[in-house]
Ligand binder design. Structure first.
Ligand code: NI
Length: 150
C-alpha cells in the first residue's frame, strides 16, 4: 500500500492564480489532482525520452485503393511481432480506412514502427500517442484508490 504524503509548495501569487484559472478551465476540482497529473505527465515524458517500455496507440487514416498498401501495412505489423498487441479497423467511407494499432515496447522501437507505417504511400494521416505501461504510476494513484480494504 502506498502512503499519502503532504507537501507544501511556495509559489508566486500570479503564477498560482494563473494555475488556478488553467485547472478550472480543465475541470479539475482541486489543485492536488491537477498537480498529481502534471507529475505523472512529466514522469511519462521522462520514460519516453529515456527509452523505457511504454504503450502506444498509432492511429492511421489511409486510402485502401492504393495498390498493395493493405498488404504492406499488414506485413509491417507482422514484422513487429509481439510489440503489436491489437489492431482495430474501421471502414470510414468508400475510400478511407481508419486503423488504430496498440503497441507495447521501448519508446524508440514504437516510434520506428510508427514512422515506417506513416511513411507508406496512401497513409494520409496518422499520430502516435505514447503512454505509460502503468508501472510508473504505482504510487501516484488518487489517494481514494488506496483506502480500500484488503
Ligand atoms: Ni477498410
Amino acid at each position: 500500500m502506498t502512503l499519502l504524503s503532504r507537501t507544501g509548495v511556495s509559489l508566486d501569487e500570479d503564477l498560482l492564480r494563473e494555475f488556478d484559472r488553467l485547472i478550472a478551465r480543465r475541470g479539475y476540482q482541486n489543485r492536488s489532482e491537477a498537480i498529481r497529473d502534471l507529475i505523472r505527465e512529466t514522469l511519462l515524458s521522462e520514460s519516453v525520452s529515456s527509452n523505457k517500455p511504454v504503450v502506444g496507440t498509432l492511429t492511421l487514416v489511409y486510402d485502401h485503393h492504393v495498390p498493395n498498401l493493405s498488404e504492406k501495412l499488414t506485413a509491417a505489423q507482422h514484422a513487429a511481432g509481439a510489440m503489436i498487441l491489437a489492431a482495430t479497423h474501421v471502414h470510414l467511407d468508400h475510400n478511407y480506412c481508419l486503423e488504430v494499432i496498440i503497441m507495447k515496447g521501448r519508446s524508440s522501437a514504437l516510434q520506428d514502427i510508427a514512422n515506417r507505417l506513416l511513411a507508406l504511400r496512401g497513409v494520409e494521416l496518422g499520430k502516435l500517442v505514447l503512454t505509460t505501461s502503468g508501472k510508473e504510476l504505482k504510487g501516484t494513484q488518487h489517494p481514494r484508490q488506496h483506502r480500500h480494504k484488503t
